[in-house]
Write a new protein. Structure first.
Length: 260
């Protein structure tokens, strides 16, 4: 189960946080610079609280879609309450289909259905943003109530440029860009060792998330908890070993596709 499968996780998020707009300014500026000049209409699939949607709506005719009614309550554009894999609109309804930080959350078959809907609704362009070659295992935490292990941002998929392009073979890549603060990955082999032989309290180092950002909700049992940090020599040693093996990469991957 992912964040998208559990409405309680959505309801816990602070969707009304207007400071989110400021934190996303570099991203929204890049998005606006990339959108082709012949785009007039677009659909934002997985719009969340509309932080990016509202910026797009200043320039385009935007329709927003999300499966969370709580998130949609903050959206001020035309909006549709729907799952990303079942959007009741005609084929080729929009010049561009846009989606930001959605695909990495989706399990099959919702993921495959979402790709189908994106291709179906696009008249010409797709614009997708995802975390850039993110190490999903790096951010694993464990629920103290049910023992479920999950990525603290509810990410379950990893994309690089080649992998994202392979999702849309009917389109060609028109523009590809990475940006954002650098984030270090984690070597999968080292991550497996860390998660197997060290306690969950040592998994997320203090320089990855300070105390004020350690609240979570389990997507399996909906338990709310704070994941702590306690020093563990093996965990610390693995973190140090990982540094030279995992150079930092810009956080976001943005790709603009055009229909063949």
């Amino acid at each position: 189960m992912t964040r998208g499968d559990n409405p309680e996780v959505y309801n816990r998020l602070d969707w009304g946080d207007e400071s989110l707009v400021g934190r996303l300014k570099a991203k929204t500026d890049a998005i606006l610079n990339i959108i082709p000049p012949d785009v007039r209409t677009l659909i934002d699939i997985g719009c969340g609280n509309g932080a990016i949607t509202h910026v797009l709506a200043e320039h385009y005719d935007v329709t927003a879609v999300d499966r969370s009614e709580t998130a949609l309550s903050f959206v001020r554009t035309r909006k549709i309450h729907a799952s990303s894999d079942r959007i009741d609109l005609p084929d080729r309804s929009f010049d561009m289909v846009f989606s930001s930080e959605l695909l990495e959350h989706l399990e099959s078959p919702v993921f495959e259905g979402t790709l189908t809907e994106m291709k179906r609704l696009s008249r010409k362009y797709l614009f997708i943003t995802v975390p850039n070659d993110q190490s999903v295992e790096k951010d694993f935490i464990r629920c103290p109530s049910c023992g479920h292990v999950f990525n603290r941002a509810y990410h379950i998929r990893r994309f690089d440029a080649a992998g994202l392009a392979a999702c849309f073979p009917e389109f060609h890549v028109k523009k590809s860009l990475t940006l954002g603060l650098g984030k270090r990955g984690y070597v999968p082999f080292l991550a497996r060792i860390k998660h197997r032989i060290t306690p969950a309290s040592s998994w997320i180092a203090p320089f990855w998330a300070d105390r004020g950002h350690r609240q979570s909700m389990c997507p399996s049992c909906s338990a709310e908890f704070e994941y702590p940090y306690r020093f563990h020599p093996v965990g610390f040693f693995l973190d140090i070993m990982n540094i030279p093996l995992s150079p930092k990469r810009p956080y976001w991957l943005m790709m603009l596709f055009e229909k063949e």
